[in-house]
Design a protein around this ligand. Sequence first.
Ligand SMILES: Nc1ncnc2c1ncn2[C@@H]1O[C@H](COP(=O)(O)OP(=O)(O)OP(=O)(O)O)[C@@H](O)[C@H]1O
Ligand SMILES: NC(=O)CC[C@H](N)C(=O)O
Length: 559
Amino acid sequence: MCGIFFSLVPKSDPASNIDKDFSARYTVAGLQLEQALKCRGPDCDNAIVVDTKIEDNESHHLTLFSTVLSMRDPLTPQPLQSQDGGILQFNGELYDTVGRLEEYRLDLLGDDTACTNDTALLSQLFGRFGVLETIQSIRGEYAFVYYDVLSRCIWWARDCIGRRSLLVNRSRMDCMALSSLPPANPALRVDWQEVPAGEVYKLDLRTMDITAIPWSYDSCSPLKYPYAPICLDISVSQHSYDTLVTEFSSILLAAVRRRVLAMHHSRSKPDTYAILFSGGIDCTLIAYLTAVCLRDHNAHIDLLNVAFENPRINTGFNTPDRVLGRRSWQELTCLPEIQSCRCDFRFVEINVRYSQVLESKTSVQELMFPKCTVMDFSIALAFYFAARGVGTMFSCPLAAAAGDDAPAAEEEYSTPSRVLMSGLGADELFAGYTRHMTSFARGGYEVLANELALDFKRLHERNLGRDDRVGANWSKEFRYPYLDEEVVDFALRCPLDSKLRVVGGENGVREGKWLLRQFARHVGLRNVAEEKKRAIQFGARSAKMEPGQGKIKGTAKFV
Ligand SMILES: Nc1ncnc2c1ncn2[C@@H]1O[C@H](COP(=O)(O)OP(=O)(O)OP(=O)(O)O)[C@@H](O)[C@H]1O
Ligand SMILES: NC(=O)CC[C@H](N)C(=O)O
């Protein structure tokens, strides 16, 4: 991930309060953010300072500091200044453009000066089409800050789903700061909050007014969601459910392919890819489709599986996800389709000792802010260590098949892949949580639809910002195939009984994520299709680690 820091303060006389406040609250150094932002983007860092002067009146001091984790050739330093003087800070991946922007992009590709790097392309698109039309017509996972020098406006946003982190400090009306990360100092952190994902923001330097432009389903809106509202139909008679499964598999494959192709390897060991792998159905399908994309490549796919030593439970690293992960790895490698691929799967056991938890507690809490509950901490901890990608690597699941405790051929290892695929989003879109079954039992498909709509809408503030901040600390980035705009559009259009299905008559079993399970059965992942996965903090045992914490509530605030 890249790191973004932006601040705006009035240029005032040296005796004023703002100057006293300025260096502590609105500089990278004062907020002690430099090192943390460099962890996100180790390939280059740079600052641009601009003094703006508007019609002899107000003038402002802008600081734009960026760090880059270069994912797409050529390495494109940031902040990126365009010919017209606009300055872009971009954290993310742009996968597609649509409409007339796509025509423009294709023209550029035919040109010698073509931009193959997405940051460079985005900077051109902003200059040519303006921010709103560009945002409406790009597909990808990102957060950005853009200074449009011609209109004297600052623009910032997270993508409409919120897959990347961005925080804002507006504690004073005449100042503003934006950052991928919160400040280290707890006293200063309280001024910061996450930028909501459903809006694009513009600050006009001439008036200092901020306008929020919301994403909407209204066709006249300048920002129309790139996916449909949730479908309230229970079943759709013209849909053959087999066709639906086929459609789902090809849309998900395309989403995985976009994420597999959009990386270059010149800065890491060639051709190693990685999946955050619990062994549950969501990430196992992503692992399977990644292998399908790489079937003709001599590539390794690292399956990263995290497990915690939990003193309260005391069963070592044999956590539910460790057992499930080994089993699903085994099942994947036995598929004839996978055996005929040139790429291979390797299982990476990431064992986290309790002493490591204690050592990293402060860092994880710093990164996850403003999330601050016991549950946030146990999830953030799991993603923090999983993303670090350091563990014992096993290349052959045969011993696992024989029922041994530990598979053979181990090696101490650190994954070189900078991209970590995640299965997050499948539960929210396809009804995977137990509470979805409860909603259904309470009020049928109507109540389920409300619950699903709410789950999807709040992903940005419940999960995505936090996970980006902890995972990116190791110069890695998470990519989310289930949160690809086309997958989301498909999921939201699907009839509700293709998500939660009652199998075996009226009083039969309720099966969540039915579409995913059918797809898994179809490709031969029979055990994976039946698995009931626990949430990461229980599967990896990073929750309730201390004796006496058995009854602690996940919603309790961290102290
Ligand atoms: N123990 C783990 N080790 C590594 N990665 C994990 C682990 N548990 C979960 N993940 C990753 O985080 C994603 C979201 O985790 P979550 O707790 O929501 O599980 P889930 O939605 O049931 O997914 P799955 O069915 O893939 O396990 C997973 O899809 C997977 O990519
Ligand atoms: N990590 C990032 O956000 C990368 C930015 C951009 N996709 C690049 O590769 O240059």
